[in-house]
Design a protein around this ligand. Structure first.
Ligand code: F6R
Length: 246
């Protein structure tokens, strides 16, 4: 996690007006905490960056406590000097979500594209909310969430709060257009998805597997998430100390 925070931090140091693609979810919490700590320690300003999040739930207003807008506000934006006017997430409560998705795609293009895209991975191999069977060329659009994704994320919707059934998500093709991707995963329940992504065939059944075709991807995983990789010994031979970006 420290490695991912380091990569982001170096990116902003080298290019203060970087365009960062951000993700939400449990995996990102430690990463954001470490990134914030690094920025404070090194007095790095984030005032010139632009950010685009991967996704937002359809039907949730930005101010909804379980929206990804609120997540970002709580875990990153409010704790840094990021200019809130250059942070973007799809609007979940847009009157026409399809139009909102198309406009979001244009916004990313007009910003000059994404320098570094942060990614988590679903147990089913999704990136963003591109569920298995998503077109590998897809652009930002409305997607129906799978039952597995709803179950995995229901923990963040306590009480009687109804869980959204759809999301606006950057497409697989949108993600592939970013100049660099950092995919982070921890824990045994991600092991199978990681093995399929890294060593399986490139297939819409595991949307993350398209990253095999990306020119600049770093996969940062812990021991447990690496446990189903067939060529683990080889990766350890190549990176005996793990990822070291210092
Ligand atoms: C979140 C997102 C998702 C998550 C993935 C893993 O913006 O796009 O793809 O990265 O579902 O979520 P966690 O980290 O909660 O396991």
């Amino acid at each position: 996690m420290n490695a991912a925070a380091n990569i982001l931090h170096k990116q902003v140091q080298a290019k203060p007006d970087s365009v960062l693609g951000l993700a939400t979810g449990g995996t990102m919490l430690r990463l954001y905490a470490e990134f914030i700590a690094l920025c404070r320690q090194k007095s790095t300003t984030l005032s010139k960056i632009t950010t685009f999040n991967l996704d937002e739930y359809v039907g949730l207003a930005s101010v909804h406590p379980h929206s990804y807008h609120s997540y970002m506000q709580e875990h990153l934006f409010s704790k840094t000097d990021i200019d809130i006017n250059t942070t973007y997430l799809p609007r979940g409560d847009a009157p026409d979500p399809h139009q909102e998705a198309a406009s979001y795609e244009t916004l990313i293009k007009n910003a000059g594209g994404i320098d570094i895209q942060l990614l988590g991975i679903g147990k089913n191999g999704h990136i963003g909310f591109n569920e298995p069977s998503s077109s590998l060329a897809s652009r930002t659009r409305v997607k129906t969430l799978s039952v597995g994704t709803i179950e995995a994320n229901r923990q963040y919707f306590p009480g009687d709060c109804e869980f959204p059934k759809m999301a606006i998500t950057m497409g697989v093709g949108t993600i592939m257009n970013s100049r660099e991707c950092i995919l982070v995963a921890t824990g045994a329940d991600k092991a199978e998805a990681i093995a399929k992504m890294v060593e399986g065939p490139v297939t819409a059944s595991c949307p993350a597997s398209i990253l095999q075709f990306h020119q600049n991807v770093t996969v940062l995983i812990d021991e447990q998430a690496s446990s189903a990789l067939q060529m683990r010994a080889y990766y350890q031979q190549v990176h005996p100390r793990g990822y070291n970006n210092d």
